[in-house]
Design a protein around this ligand. Structure first.
Ligand code: 4NP
Length: 163
């Protein structure tokens, strides 16, 4: 069976989408689904290509037991729409920017990440880059909720059981 491929997208791919990437990767492992689901992340902008996740993002993740050290930023490409099953954007600007490069023969579903966290009362994961550490803690709260909801969605839609 081919893997279900999930791509987390924000603007720079150094704050929000690496956090979503690391948390969802951890959920995949916790559910015993590493053979069934693959996770990646990208930014709609190319400002930080090749960079590690922001220090504050790595620190907030580490404090909650997630490891982002292995991640490096890359830019979203039209080809991603042919290779992934789910492309999840962190905010509405990311969604519009991704839509703009979506090819006609896209296979990926383009969705808002927080559609999977309806209880959060928020529809966008706010950009924490120019703010303080508390912004990163709030992003992590939202990301954990979205990751849990996304996992439930994918498991029921694809009838996945832990191996
Ligand atoms: P991200 O945050 O989209 O969550 O990775 C940002 C990172 C960098 C910039 C903006 C947002 N920047 O303007 O460099």
């Amino acid at each position: 069976m081919s893997k279900i491929r999930v791509l987390m997208v924000c603007l720079g791919n150094i704050c929000r989408s690496p956090m979503a990437h690391g948390v969802f990767e951890a959920r995949v492992r916790e559910h015993g689904l590493a053979d069934a689901i693959e996770v990646d992340s990208a930014g709609t902008a190319g400002y930080h290509i090749g960079a590690q996740a922001d220090r504050r993002a790595r620190q907030e993740a580490r404090s909650r037991g997630y490891d982002l050290e292995h991640l490096r930023a890359r830019q979203l490409e039209p080809e991603d729409f042919l290779e992934f099953d789910y492309i999840l954007t962190m905010d509405d600007a990311n969604f519009r920017n991704a839509e703009r490069i979506r090819p006609d023969n896209a296979r990926a579903e383009l969705l808002r990440f927080l559609d999977f966290a309806p209880g959060s009362g928020e529809t966008e994961v706010p950009d924490p880059y120019y703010g303080g550490d508390e912004g990163f803690a709030h992003v992590m709260d939202l990301v954990e909720k979205g990751a849990d909801g996304l996992m439930e969605h994918i498991r029921s839609r694809h009838a996945l059981r832990a191996s």
